[in-house]
Ligand binder design. Structure first.
Ligand code: GRF
Length: 206
């Protein structure tokens, strides 16, 4: 299965997927890592593992009236050129437009550091602590037009600890992210995910 990863930052989830593939736990090939940030650590990680990296500069698109859509059309061109079957958003700090969402309906995943539908958007861990929840975690979901709103594939729960800080909580959640993202991709690769309106049915689930 040909996977394309979109990432803007440190790329630890990308690394988790690379590691799972290299360890034989995930039947997939990363054919492309694309970033909107030239200096993204994710691109360095791709390079280190001999993967194709693409920096797609958003600047030339900025003046256009539909700049976000125009950028996504360019992203889509790159994804299609590499015959990408499944797209993974991994710390991709750009809201994807319907241009990409429609082209990759139920074939694009995202990972988010909260138990969705609680705390979508930025600073999820900080907002979870400020709200006083006792349990947080992370979610892998299919991407739809609403930010962090798509059908949920896998979640992992992480308890809040006494005296927790956003950084400490984020670090504990990240450990779980690195487990569930490769798992979700493997389920997809095995053809075990069926989206039934907003419910993801996992066949053969134990
Ligand atoms: C992760 O916490 C992920 O859930 C969120 O952005 C962060 C990306 O981290 N969407 P990394 O770049 O994968 O290390």
């Amino acid at each position: 299965m040909r996977v394309g990863v979109l990432a803007s930052g440190r790329g630890s989830n990308l690394q988790a997927v690379i590691d799972a593939i290299e360890a034989g736990r995930l039947d997939a090939t990363i054919v492309l890592v694309l970033s909107n940030k030239k200096d993204a650590v994710a691109l360095e990680r791709a390079r280190k593992h001999g993967l194709t990296e693409v920096f797609l500069d958003p600047k030339p698109f900025a003046g256009q009236p539909d700049s976000r859509e125009a950028y996504d059309r360019a992203v889509l061109d790159v994804l299609r050129k590499h015959d990408v079957e499944l797209v993974l958003l991994a710390g991709y700090m750009k809201i994807v437009t319907p241009v990409l969402v429609k082209a990759y309906e139920n074939r694009m995943m995202n990972i988010h550091p909260s138990l969705l539908p609680s705390f979508p958007g930025l600073d999820a861990q900080k907002r979870a602590l400020a709200h006083g929840v006792k349990l947080s975690g992370c979610t892998v979901h299919f991407v739809t037009e609403g930010v962090d709103e798509g059908p949920i594939i896998i979640q992992a729960a992480v308890p809040i600890l006494e005296g927790d800080t956003p950084e400490a909580l984020a670090a504990r959640i990240l450990v779980e992210e690195h487990k569930i993202y490769p798992k979700a991709v493997q389920l997809y690769a095995e053809g075990r995910l069926k989206v039934d309106s907003r419910i993801v049915r996992v066949s053969g689930a134990s």
